[in-house]
Design a protein around this ligand. Structure first.
Ligand SMILES: [Fe+2]
Ligand SMILES: [Fe+2]
Length: 412
């Protein structure tokens, strides 16, 4: 095919390319004419893929034009062959490329929007030329028509003599698939945002619930404290001592927080003990002491009926903080590890603070004496391992005692 006459058969169908009637090499013209002939036969046979041949110059004029476009594309775009390049330039909203992630499991999608495309045309063409292939999906927004998606698969050939590149491609209408995919993505995003909204709500409600529980336990603890002979900071110091010992025992952050707050309730059962016994200045009779012992059971009952982790912990501590390691404690006489760990922790801290605090009937012991007393109870009254851990943290315990020492101004 050496001149225009040889390819006249092409011009009886609206050929709108430049190569066959331009100043190009015979080699290039031959390649284009053969490809057009072949691609026309694809179109005639109602092939679902739409063949095309696009071309661009590699020198000054870099705009793309089409040497051939299958009829089906003209129907889809509602335009003439000579308008296809312009429509693609103006109406492509997105260009999607898919590639496997580094772990070869995830398929990543790269999206260029209309704006990016305008700036990266040349880069994309060079990429196609160096790879020899182009594979992408285009979303095209058409005036007065619904948007369509076209999958483009092409191979690129470079003709150095003419400084022209040809892209022999096939477009497939994937609008249905991509719309379904878009809808699925939107539904997923909607579900995710609803899920996040719900999680946020639940988190807020949990925070509220936690605040309410704390408020309730501290009010109850305060009420019990008003009736007790303990000095004000007993509950606060207990919480801090228990936290130090819980940390030394390797408990988790969450368990430590529960013990810290739940300890405030250890003597809440004293609300149910007669004032004559609670405030008796002298020694309690056996009968009075038996009544006094009931405060652990009354406390546990007061804290029953609500199954939150905080109240469960508070109930356990209220019930078991007077149990002894050797099984001679009350109310149940639990022995060694039958006593839950938070109860064993509270037992040590309660006694230490009682010893180091002033009461109407006694002076406060000094810290060293109180530590020795705790050590004496190792293996009989208290869990021996916990006693060791408690004594190993003497410095922290002492600093809590000093921090919450009653002000001399208010000392009676
Ligand atoms: Fe108690
Ligand atoms: Fe106490």
């Amino acid at each position: 095919m050496s001149n225009q006459q040889d390819s006249n058969w092409i011009f009886d169908r609206d050929y709108c390319g430049r190569i066959l009637n331009g100043e190009f090499s015979n080699n290039l013209k031959k390649r284009v004419a053969e490809a057009i002939s072949l691609f026309r036969s694809f179109s005639v046979n109602a092939n679902p893929s739409i063949p095309y041949i696009s071309a661009w110059r590699e020198n000054s004029d870099k705009s793309i034009w089409y040497e051939f476009v299958g009829n089906r594309l003209l129907q889809l775009l509602g335009c003439q062959s000579c308008e296809v390049a312009e429509i693609f330039r103006d109406s492509v909203l997105q260009r999607l490329t898919y590639h496997y992630g580094s772990d070869n499991e995830k398929i990543n999608k790269k999206i260029l929007d209309h704006h990016d495309l305008a700036f990266r045309q040349e880069e994309l063409r060079n990429e196609g030329k160096s790879k020899g292939t182009i594979e992408a999906v285009y979303k095209i927004s058409l005036k007065d028509r619904p948007a369509i998606w076209l999958k483009d698969q092409a191979s690129v050939e470079s003709f150095a003599e003419d400084q022209v590149c040809l892209s022999f491609g096939s477009l497939t209408d994937v609008t249905m698939e991509m719309m379904a995919h878009e809808q699925e993505q939107q539904e997923k995003a909607l579900l995710l945002s609803r899920h996040a909204e719900l999680e946020h709500k639940i988190e807020q409600q949990n925070k509220e619930l936690w605040k309410m529980q704390l408020e309730m336990i501290y009010r109850l603890a305060q009420a019990a404290q008003f009736r007790d002979s303990c000095t004000g900071p007993h509950i606060t110091k207990m919480s801090h001592y228990c936290d130090i010992l819980s940390q030394a025992a390797g408990l988790s952050e969450e368990e430590r927080q529960l013990i810290f707050h739940a300890t405030a309730m250890h003597d809440v059962g004293k609300l149910g003990i007669a004032e004559s016994i609670l405030h008796k200045p002298g020694r309690l009779t056996d009968q009075e002491f038996a009544i006094m012992k009931n405060h652990s059971i009354i406390g546990a009952k007061l804290l029953s009926g609500n199954d939150t982790p905080l109240l469960r912990m508070a109930k356990g501590i209220a019930l078991t903080h007077h149990e002894r390691w050797d099984g001679t404690g009350y109310p149940t006489g639990l022995c060694q590890e039958e006593i839950p760990l938070p109860g064993r922790i509270a037992a040590i801290c309660d006694v230490f603070d009682a010893l180091t605090s002033e009461r109407p009937y006694k002076q406060a012991w000094n810290t060293d004496l109180a530590f020795s007393e705790v050590e004496k109870g190792k293996g009989s009254q208290f869990d021996p391992e916990l006693v060791d851990l408690f004594l190993a943290r003497k410095r922290d315990i002492t600093s809590i005692r000093q921090r919450f020492a009653p002000s001399p101004l208010f000392k009676q």
